[in-house]
Design a protein around this ligand. Structure first.
Ligand SMILES: NC(=O)c1ccc[n+]([C@@H]2O[C@H](COP(=O)([O-])OP(=O)(O)OC[C@H]3O[C@@H](n4cnc5c(N)ncnc54)[C@H](OP(=O)(O)O)[C@@H]3O)[C@@H](O)[C@H]2O)c1
Length: 312
């Protein structure tokens, strides 16, 4: 099969398009013919940190068709359309086929395309778990989403509106219109205005991207407010993990989320997509042989929405 392998000698991105053996399913695995895979920061960040999947194939968020099943598999049969996040199962999405435990995937609703389905698992699950699990979002709350334009941010705006909150997004000029179109009530262009100097207060703040002082976030929290660190520059992540608890005194709480894909959340998100409550923004589409170019683009940190690779 065709696959994209980690290759430390390749430039500018350490990926090479290659021909390798098609995987064979074990007893509890399904063999999936991948139709679409969307890229995430987890792909290029893992690569930069030297965390290379065992089979050397990155790509976590996939959608495809079950080709064959192992003898112990009970939930799927050949021909089923499935989707899932393979980050906890060794990655492997940048390939024509992948063999994974059946618990790694769920049935994809027929009305959702493969590329739409591939955008959901990691990005939308992260937005959902940050807002609902860590942020305890409630109807009517004022929510600030810093870094609202990328994969996670574009779903976070829509999910925050689904939870009936009042959303302010922060992004650069080129993504202001996109953020309004996804439902943001107000969008702050960070190249023109510093959200921390607006004097406004929020019940919930998601820090998805950028690198801002933790005290700025704290200052913008209303009494009883919650800040959830999702991502951003590596120094932002380190600062939040090291000092978040220190600044978590009084009624203001500073937390971080480590999202974990679950069957229930992915089914909920697929259902929301099916019913038009959320929609993916697919900024760029590539083919498998262009995966290095796609990863190079995403790793620059300014994609709008998702980057998808379609595999025919
Ligand atoms: N905690 C978890 O479990 C978890 C899970 C998934 C992802 N993450 C992290 O979440 C972050 C976002 O992931 P992603 O997949 O959404 O990445 P992404 O799609 O690559 O995000 C790109 C977006 O970031 C925005 N951005 C860049 N610099 C910014 C700044 N200074 N201020 C505000 N926005 C800025 C860009 O908007 P502009 O072009 O408008 O600047 C762009 O739209 C990453 O750091 C990732 O590692 C964490």
């Amino acid at each position: 099969m065709k696959a994209v392998l980690y290759n430390k000698k390749a430039t500018p991105v350490k990926l090479s398009y290659a021909e390798i053996e098609k995987p064979v399913v074990k007893d509890s695995e399904v063999l999936i013919k991948i139709k679409a895979v969307s890229l995430n920061a987890a792909d290029y960040r893992s690569m930069k940190m030297g965390l290379i999947p065992k089979n050397k194939i990155f790509g976590a968020d996939i959608a495809g068709c079950v080709e064959s099943v192992g003898t112990n598999v009970t939930r799927f049969k050949p021909g089923d359309e499935v989707m899932g996040d393979l980050a906890g199962f060794g990655f492997g999405g940048l390939a024509e086929y992948v063999a994974v435990p059946e618990k790694a995937v769920i049935i994809k609703p027929a009305s959702i395309s493969f590329e739409e389905a591939s955008t959901l698992p990691m990005a939308a699950t992260t937005a959902l778990q940050a807002l609902r699990n860590k942020g305890r979002i409630k109807k009517g709350q004022k929510v600030l989403i810093v870094g609202c334009a990328g994969g996670v941010g574009s779903f976070a705006i829509q999910l925050a509106k689904y939870f009936e909150s009042e959303v302010t997004g922060v992004c650069s000029s080129k993504n202001v219109q996109q953020s309004y179109s996804l439902g943001a009530d107000l969008v702050i262009d960070y190249s023109k205005e510093n959200f921390a100097k607006s004097g406004k207060h929020y019940h919930l703040i998601l820090g998805i991207n950028g690198n801002y002082p933790l005290l700025s976030y704290r200052k913008c929290l209303a009494p009883g407010g919650i800040y959830v660190m999702v991502g951003g520059s590596l120094s932002q992540i380190a600062k939040s993990l090291l000092f978040g608890r220190v600044f978590s005194f009084g009624s203001k709480k500073m937390r971080s989320v480590a999202a974990k894909s679950t069957k229930e959340d992915l089914e909920l998100l697929a259902n929301l997509l099916e019913n038009g409550k959320i929609k993916p923004i697919i900024e760029r589409r590539y083919t498998l042989d262009q995966a290095a170019e796609a990863m190079n683009y995403l790793s620059q940190g300014h994609s709008s929405g998702k980057v998808v690779i379609n595999i025919s």
